[in-house]
Design a protein around this ligand. Structure first.
Ligand code: NAD
Length: 443
């Protein structure tokens, strides 16, 4: 039996409002997916919270449960959706434009999708150069705009009779912003909002508004957003869970599986060239060099963190790592990611691996949004606040405490995720030691 204490986790009963910033390809694929599952028209493939099992106790105990049976998660029929977007299209029109789902997953739920109309967004083209929108809030300054977002959250909660809310950023990647003085403290951040400082991007206003309302906030794009120290400080003070950043869906998911393999076998790396073609709106936004820079930083970091070149200079000290994203409209959401990996083995002999990943971006992202929604809500009901590093499994560029380096290896992240769920429920950690199975009674 476990010797750990179960944490007090409040019940998930009552409605959970999921507010999505951005109602584009990822967001519509997610909401349409949930509705298809609710109506028995599809399966939630790719969602750990709906499908994965978790082992409890020793292997000999044969205790394995669906995660949903172990932890109290919100039920699908208790979820209601809302969104903001500068483009006024409802979820039906937006899903049609995104072109991810076929009519068989859109038409039977057309009533549901048409009813999901985006609230006016806090949007400024200076931060997403390739977009323009008409469904945009007006305000006297950035603080005023953020206060309007708070009001939206309160009204949505009241109108839909929600007990709790979660906000997930599924909006476009903003231009690259380096952390500066305006992000260093809550006081500096709030002053900067009032002064319309360019260092305060719309994504930060949504995050600030959510945290002020006590609503968990996760960032699915590579924007600085909740990485700002001021917002981390505010989240800790208000007991609000935050997480980010950038959903780990396609090429980076593959990279964080292959890179640990090279390191586990002590094989060296000379170069890793990654290139993508994609033709969705995200691809168009990323065609702007300033938005691409934000994405590039997020994608480049993972190798360094996994391979530790300073510890293994002879293996990883001189890697040429390049990442390219090319906007190519004919492909739509069906991205193609190529990786060419030049590695070396015994006595330095060179070898090569080539990966051609024909993926569907939003099909891979939607289950991550779903799991994050459920887990951010769980985190709050369990009294966890500030950065939720245990959710690093879901992110390309995971957030961690300032004195820590985040874990990027997908399988260590999975262990961390499952061990945190065991810890929450007072179950023993799984160490994979197992020596007790081979220790015979010698008496
Ligand atoms: N596999 C993936 O698809 C994947 C993986 C990792 C990260 N992401 C990130 O997720 C985000 C969404 O991707 P997508 O394919 O759905 O893109 P998309 O272009 O289809 O949708 C983004 C939506 O956000 C809206 N938007 C932009 N600025 C906004 C603002 N300030 N407020 C509210 N809405 C705003 C846009 O109008 C658009 O409708 C992007 O930042 C992308 O980089 C996607």
């Amino acid at each position: 039996m476990s010797e750990s204490q179960q944490r007090n986790v409040a019940s998930p009963d009552g409605k959970l409002g999921v507010l999505l910033v951005g109602l584009g390809a990822v967001a519509t694929t997610y909401v349409a997916g949930v509705e298809n599952v609710r109506r028995g028209l599809g399966k939630p493939i790719g969602s750990l919270m709906e499908l994965s099992t978790i082992r409890l106790g020793k292997r000999t105990e044969q205790r394995s449960h669906r995660i949903r049976e172990l932890v109290p998660l919100a039920q699908l029929d208790k979820i209601v959706f809302g969104a903001w977007d500068p483009i006024p299209d409802d979820a039906y029109q937006s899903a049609q434009i995104a072109g991810v789902l076929g009519n068989e997953h859109i038409e039977p739920i057309a009533d549901f999708l048409k009813a999901l109309k985006p609230m006016p967004a806090v949007f400024d083209q200076a931060y997403v150069k390739r977009l323009s929108g008409t469904n945009v809030k007006k305000g006297t300054n950035k603080r005023d705009l953020a206060e309007q977002l708070r009001e939206d959250m309160r009204s949505f909660k009241k109108e839909h009779g929600c007990d709790r809310l979660v906000v997930i950023w599924c909006a476009s990647t903003e231009v690259f912003i380096k952390a500066g003085p305006a992000h260093e403290s809550v006081a500096a951040f709030e002053k900067a909002m009032e002064e319309n400082d360019a260092a305060i991007a719309p994504s930060m206003l949504y995050a600030w508004a959510a945290i002020m309302e006590g609503v968990p906030f996760a960032n699915g794009a590579p924007n600085l957003c909740v990485d700002a120290l001021a917002l981390q400080e505010l989240a800790a003070a208000n007991n609000v869970p935050i997480a980010g950043k950038d959903f780990k869906t396609g090429q980076t998911m593959v990279k964080t599986v292959f890179a640990p393999m090279f390191k586990a076998r002590m094989l060296g790396l000379a170069g890793w060239y990654s290139t993508n073609i994609l033709g969705n709106r995200d691809g168009e936004v990323l065609d702007d060099p300033e938005s691409f820079k934000t994405k590039e930083e997020s994608k480049l970091g993972v190798l360094e963190h996994i391979l530790q070149p300073s510890v293994y200079p002879e293996l990883y000290g001189a890697i040429y790592h390049k990442v390219r994203i090319n906007y190519y409209p004919p492909r739509g959401d069906n991205k193609e990611g190529w990786d060419n990996i030049d590695f070396f083995g015994w006595l330095g002999y060179p070898m090569r691996i080539k990966i051609d990943f024909l993926c569907r971006d939003s099909i891979l992202a939607a289950p991550l949004v779903h799991d994050l929604t459920l887990l951010m809500d769980l985190a709050q009901r369990a009294g966890l606040s500030g950065i939720q590093e245990w959710l690093s499994f879901y992110f390309k560029s995971p957030m961690a405490a300032p004195n820590l380096t985040a874990e990027n290896d997908l399988f260590i992240q999975q262990t961390k995720l499952k061990n945190t769920l065991r810890w929450l429920m007072g179950e023993d950690q799984i160490t994979h030691l197992g020596v007790e199975c081979y220790e015979y009674d010698k008496a």
